[in-house]
Ligand binder design. Structure first.
Ligand SMILES: NC(=O)c1ccc[n+]([C@@H]2O[C@H](COP(=O)([O-])OP(=O)(O)OC[C@H]3O[C@@H](n4cnc5c(N)ncnc54)[C@H](O)[C@@H]3O)[C@@H](O)[C@H]2O)c1
Length: 326
């Protein structure tokens, strides 16, 4: 039996695929390579399907049957907050439509296990600085809303069919498990700083008057390899007959400020920075850190790597990518 990984050719997906393959599991990837790349998964079978199209449910059902799939890790999605605010309908079609097609294929084939890439974006701007899963989700942008709706769709499918599912609410993912699997996009603080360095620009700090120890925003950075390991733990969890919860934060439980991250990058790269402070952005919480106790208690998963390993591995991956493509 094999595991279907949607979005397996992307940044996070390729790490999950490699860990599954290394664990001896058969894997098949479905990805339209809109942001991913086939070279990230080597010789793992890749089926090109755009999950948001009408034909996708039938195509997915064929993949599930022909590859003997018995579990899905559903990672494929569009993930840019700003883009989601400019093109909300398209985001719903991509992320919610993609989930609807997947769940139709799951129902048609009698598949019983789905692990879903959700996000801390479902929380929006919570009153709490350390959030556990009981905090009411109140997304503040279409991207976060599509993730929350995805969780609801899984819960509804479970009520209808007995599907077993786990939604993993990722916090700030960074780092690389292998240099060739680094994050190719400048969409999170770490890779945005790398991108500005490459263009000879100073790192930007959005706001330095937050109620945090150094005044800059605090986030929970989780190493992508730790995150990938959480998916294997979640798949194992779905084999257990009694499961208390379906939604899990995936973070370290510890925060790092923007200045701490920038300082760490300066030390790792041997570059002296003078970050430029610019006005805070609307909707950015001062601090957003995971309470990661549920996933530790129920899945036995804990982040094992800290900020130093995140930055060192991300920097090595950035060097690798720039030497290869320049
Ligand atoms: N990177 C983060 O910090 C972060 C944080 C929280 C949640 N997430 C979630 O994790 C998942 C993976 O994120 P990532 O950072 O690896 O992004 P990514 O863009 O590298 O990966 C997404 C993958 O999905 C594929 N894809 C997108 N739309 C598709 C479609 N309609 N049909 C088929 N394939 C499609 C892309 O080609 C790509 O390979 C996403 O669901 C994202 O919302 C990411």
């Amino acid at each position: 039996m094999s595991v279907l990984v949607t979005g397996g050719a992307g940044y996070i997906g390729a790490h999950v695929v490699r860990l599954l393959a290394d664990a001896g599991r058969d894997v098949v990837v479905v990805d339209d390579c809109s942001t991913g790349s086939p070279e990230r998964i080597g010789d793992v079978p890749l089926v090109d399907v755009d999950l948001s199209t009408d034909a996708a449910a039938g195509e997915l059902a064929r993949v599930i049957r022909s590859h003997g799939v018995d579990a899905v890790v559903h990672i494929a999605a569009k993930k840019q907050v700003g883009e989601s605010m400019q093109r909300p309908a398209w985001y719903y079609r991509q992320n919610v439509g993609g989930m609807a097609n997947l769940l139709e294929a799951v129902a048609a084939t009698g598949l019983e296990r789905v692990v879903f890439s959700s996000s801390a974006a479902v929380y929006g701007v919570p009153d709490e600085t350390v959030v556990d899963e009981s905090v009411e989700p109140r997304p503040i942008n279409p991207y976060g809303a599509t993730k929350l709706v995805g969780e609801w769709m899984l819960a509804d499918a479970a009520r209808a069919t007995g599907l077993r599912h786990a939604s993993l609410r990722y916090f700030n993912v960074a780092g690389a498990g292998w240099p060739e699997l680094g994050d190719p996009e400048a969409l999170n603080l770490v890779t945005i700083v790398f991108d500005r360095m490459a263009r000879g620009l100073r790192p930007l700090v959005y706001g330095d008057a937050y109620a945090t120890p150094d005044g800059t925003g605090v986030r929970d950075y989780v190493h992508v390899l730790d995150l990938a390991e959480a998916h294997l733990a979640a798949l194992d969890h779905l084999d257990e007959p009694d499961r208390a919860h379906d939604v899990f934060n995936v973070g370290t439980g510890a925060g790092a400020s923007v200045l701490e991250v920038v300082d760490r990058i300066a030390a790792e790269s041997g570059t002296a920075f003078d970050p430029e402070v610019v006005p805070a952005r609307a909707g950015d919480p001062a601090q957003l850190v995971a309470d990661a106790s549920r996933i530790a208690a129920e899945l036995g998963w804990r982040a094992r790597r800290g900020l130093d390993e995140i930055i060192a591995s991300a920097w090595a991956a950035d060097r690798f990518r720039r030497s290869r493509y320049s």
